[in-house]
Design a protein around this ligand. Sequence first.
Ligand code: RB5
Length: 143
Amino acid sequence: MGQVVAVASDHAGFALKEEIRRLLEREGYDQLDLGTFDDRSVDYPDFGRTLAEAVGNGQALWGIAVCGTGIGISIAANRVPGVRAALCHDVTTAKLSREHNDANVLALGARVIGPSTAFDCVIAFLNTEFAGGRHAPRVAKLG
Ligand code: RB5
């Protein structure tokens, strides 16, 4: 499997998801777009679960989930076994979610951060390795 990145959002995150898709395209990632596909009102738990299942079953290596705050869709994603979704608002949290928590889903709030910060989070998240070591048993406990 290549570096497939699954993306999903509700209506509040749709515009940012589309911008993130263009960023991923420029960066050369394969994408799995799991919707939503326009800005009509939908329910974030449906999209958080679908995205998390794609990561949990190995269809995608990473997931990027977007809703208005990032809160609802991250809660939904974290209910799927094997998924560690991190709601991030800046590069530091995005980087540390990988280094310390081995997060495999990045959740973003389109009504909280702008596209530029969101892009920085995506790049930091996808380019940071899990540090392992003392963090490994802690992450194992999450399972
Ligand atoms: C939708 O209005 C909004 O509630 C949703 O996008 C999200 O912020 C929920 O956590």
